[in-house]
Design a protein around this ligand. Sequence first.
Ligand code: FES
Length: 170
Amino acid sequence: MIKIVSDKAPTVDIHSILTTDEIAAIHEFMNHYPQSRAASLDALKIVQKRNGWVNDAQVNAIANILDVPVTDIEGVATFFNRIYRSPVGRHVILICDSVACYLTGYEALSAELKRQLGINYGQTTTDGRFTLLPICCLGNCDKGPAVLIDEDTYGPVTPDEVAQLLELYP
Ligand code: FES
């Protein structure tokens, strides 16, 4: 067995990539944890707030601040499906495709969302308004099928309610 050792992040000028406020906020989270690496997810969330997603340069800058390999930050970003590594719409719709929601109407709801938005999973509407993605359990299994739009959770959502729901997010 070979131990895999990741390389340190190449040094970058973090001030040309992140704002002063972002850097300060990341440092504040670092101080909450015994190991800076533990602040990876918080750092990604801080940076994602600016444009709704996190680009490669920003990932590199976060790795510099936390003094961890870029692959560590990439790993956290990949694991948490609410960190986006490519541009998304103004609103991100996440529809739960786990078992309880599947049994309570996921397929019909998913089909109606795709039909009304005119997009498939992983796509963004041409007006840049919505991105649609599947997600595993949102923790609202007794209210399935459940949907998360930005920070708002809804459920149960019927296909008939989709148009009304979308109108809430101009
Ligand atoms: S299975 Fe959908 S919220 Fe848990």
